[in-house]
Design a protein around this ligand. Structure first.
Ligand code: NAD
Ligand code: IPM
Ligand code: MN
Length: 361
């Protein structure tokens, strides 16, 4: 594989705490496998609420031109809702990246790891092992709408859901391709076409059309309400789950919560064509409730780094990173594992343990 240039953006809250652990693990993998990876840390105050309070914007002017030449962005988390309203901090940073860099796939694995006490009864390793493929640039996250008659009793707010044929087809195609590459070859589509009567039937229609080209993939669809119930009651039903922007967002917190903690879940925001940089981040947010305590689980951040290496074809290094994560969770012990998984360890104890394993496994 070729040299990689990565822009490192830790962001707010625990983003600042888990990022050093993610970087240490990537550096360990790079050293061990002689990978040519530049981790550019000049973006420490980009996409932070501090920066917003100081300058009035989350990102400097020209951010797009600055970041475009990088191969990928390694991203922590954003949001300090006590200081800056979330829609301002997020639409001023992460959501801009996704939209402007056309990262139309959000790829989120959900896997029960060895050694973790599953919050669902009677589940063993292998029972929960699926991918959520989330549409990441349109759908319910649209900028079309507005507020009318503000401040009066006629006040109305509207935010339109947008589904384009290109937008729906490309995420479905990605999900079908992924399903086809997996042993079970099964795809589940999240819908709500009983209630949301224009966009969701359209999603179903495009899904049925796409399925015609994948005769070897078995397909089912569930309305989002009952789908959340099946996630909890029968997670073994799922292999690849594809959903709109909002549905995929919800499913990708619920799924990892069913595997023990959302702190372990990673996410790839992918521009499959490679025209623009892809972005790899944990699924979780800035966790203001535990920020500064040093107890955030770094696995989501580290696993996001693993996904990044895998995305660029550094398979050997990615495999060792995955093995190191699994080994640490299974046998790190309660002094190493973080409190969200029932341990008494810290962000650094778990991150450092994984980095060591990457060196020597
Ligand atoms: P959150 O993911 O930040 O936190 C939810 C709960 O999970 C909290 O109790 C938190 O302590 C816990 N948690 C999250 N990550 C953890 C980890 N690594 N280890 C241990 N515990 C962890 O979600 P939220 O509370 O809805 O949002 C907080 C802020 O983060 C808001 O500003 C929100 O907009 C933002 N947010 C940002 C992103 C992102 O940048 N990608 C994602 C989600 C939320
Ligand atoms: C995520 C987050 C974001 C989203 C928020 C912070 C805008 O929840 O990455 O899942 O909704 O996409
Ligand atoms: Mn989310």
């Amino acid at each position: 594989p070729r040299a990689l240039r990565i822009a490192v953006i830790p962001g707010d809250g625990i983003g600042q705490e888990v990022m050093p652990e993610g970087l240490a693990c990537l550096r360990a993998a790079a050293a061990r496998f002689n990978l040519d990876i530049e981790l550019d840390e000049q973006f420490k105050d980009w996409a932070t609420c501090d920066r917003y309070l100081r300058t009035g914007s989350m990102l400097p002017e020209g951010w797009k031109e600055t970041l475009a030449p990088y191969d990928a962005i390694y991203f922590g988390a954003v949001g300090m809702p006590n200081l800056v309203p979330d829609h301002i901090s997020l639409w001023g940073s992460l959501i801009q990246f996704r939209r402007e860099f056309d990262q139309y796939i959000s790829l989120r694995p959900c896997r029960l790891m060895p050694g973790i006490a599953c919050p669902l009864a009677n589940k063993k390793v292998g029972d929960i092992d699926f991918w959520v493929v989330r549409e990441n640039t349109e759908g319910e996250y649209s900028s079309i709408g507005g507020k009318m008659f503000p401040g009066t009793d006629r006040e109305v707010v509207i935010q339109e859901t947008v589904m384009s044929r290109i937008g729906v087809d490309r995420v479905l195609k990605y999900a079908f391709d992924l399903a086809q590459s997996r042993p079970k070859k099964h795809l589940t589509s999240a819908t709500k076409s009983n209630g949301i009567s224009i966009t969701m039937p359209y999603w179903d229609e495009r899904c049925a059309e796409m399925a015609k080209g994948y005769q070897d993939v078995s397909v089912d669809k569930y309305h989002i309400d009952i789908l959340t119930a099946w996630f909890v009651l029968r997670p073994e039903l799922f292999d690849v789950v594809v959903g709109s922007n909002l549905f995929g967002d919800i499913l990708s917190d619920l799924g990892p919560a069913c595997t023990g903690s959302i702190g372990v879940a990673p996410s790839g925001n992918i521009n499959p064509e490679g025209t623009w940089p892809s972005l790899f981040e944990p699924v979780h947010g800035s966790a203001p409730d535990i920020a500064g305590k040093g107890i955030a689980n770094p696995v989501g951040m580290i696993w996001a780094g693993q996904m990044m290496l895998e995305h660029f074809g550094y398979k050997e290094a990615a495999d060792i990173m995955m093995k190191a994560i699994e080994t640490a969770l299974e046998s790190g012990g309660s002094q190493v594992i973080t409190p969200d998984l029932g341990g008494a360890g810290t962000c650094q104890s778990l991150g450092g343990h994984i980095a060591n394993l990457i060196n020597k496994l």
